[in-house]
Each structure stands twice: as structure tokens, then as C-alpha cells.
Design a protein around this ligand. Structure first.
Ligand SMILES: [Zn+2]
Length: 151
């Protein structure tokens, strides 16, 4: 993928998509629709974001970017195969997709809410809505394919 010349983030207030030129990343931007000030620091994150029951809504539902959430547990062998892939994708998708991790043992509310029965399970969210689910240690290219419309 070529270096991006601009990024798209959703306003936290009105949920409108705003285009952010790459030279404005890290600065405060103003929503073109409602005028609220938006932080663009999110576009600089290049490692997976840890999500819990308590901050799921803030970090996933209200994310300015589409979200890929890896639901995992420390004892799960296949989860350990997905872990490094998530690290890679977080770096490769910097500014495009927020890659998140949720320990399903420690966060039973979210696991129950999305009826996670086996791990790893990858959940795809956009604008606060669950859009897609990938179950099992799927290969990286399958994840990339699934996320193509968000990249
Ligand atoms: Zn707005």
C-alpha cells in the first residue's frame, strides 16, 4: 500500500466522516458538519489497543475508525498464532483501522454480548455496529480480504 495522503475519521459527536490530510495528523481538526473539535492522534497508533468490558464503548463503539477486535485468552494456542498477526496489521493499517485486543476471560460481559463461544474470534465493527465475524486462527490474507472494504 502506498503511503496515504489523507485519512478518514468519524466525528465522535455527529458520526460524520471527515477527511484529514496526512500533514494534519496529530493536530486538532474541526468536524465539517457539526464543528466540534476532533483529536487525530488515533491516526498515529500502530500497536493493538487493549479493550476491556469497561472501555469497550469508548474504544470500539465510538471509535473514529473501523475496528478489528481480537477476542483471545492467554491459555489458547491458536490465539498465540493470531497475536503477532494483529501486531503486524496494527502497524500496516495505521490510520485506517483500529486493531484491538480483548482478553475474553477477564471481560465476560463483552464475550456474552457478542456470544463468543470459541476463541480466537475476530469481530469487525464500523460506526459502532458489528459488521462481520471471523472464528478461529484464520490466516492473515483472509483477515485482509475481510477488511478490504475498510482499507
Ligand atoms: Zn461532527
Amino acid at each position: 500500500m502506498n503511503p496515504a495522503t489523507s485519512y478518514v475519521i468519524r466525528c465522535s459527536a455527529c458520526r460524520t466522516k471527515n477527511r484529514i490530510p496526512s500533514d494534519k495528523v496529530g493536530l486538532t481538526a474541526k468536524c465539517g458538519k457539526c464543528g466540534i473539535l476532533m483529536q487525530t492522534d488515533d491516526l498515529l497508533i500502530e500497536t493493538p489497543v487493549v479493550v476491556t468490558d469497561n472501555d469497550f464503548d469508548a474504544k470500539v463503539s465510538k471509535s473514529p475508525l473501523p475496528v478489528l477486535l481480537d477476542c483471545w485468552a492467554p491459555w489458547c494456542g491458536p490465539c498465540r498464532m493470531i497475536g503477532p498477526v494483529m501486531e503486524e496489521l496494527a502497524a500496516e493499517w495505521k490510520g485506517r483501522v483500529r486493531v484491538c485486543k480483548l482478553n475474553s476471560d477477564e471481560n465476560p460481559q463483552i464475550s456474552a454480548r457478542f456470544q463468543i463461544r470459541s476463541i480466537p474470534t475476530l469481530l469487525v465493527f464500523d460506526n459502532g455496529q458489528l459488521k462481520d465475524t471471523l472464528v478461529g486462527a484464520v490466516p492473515k490474507h483472509a483477515i485482509v480480504q475481510k477488511m478490504a472494504s475498510y482499507l
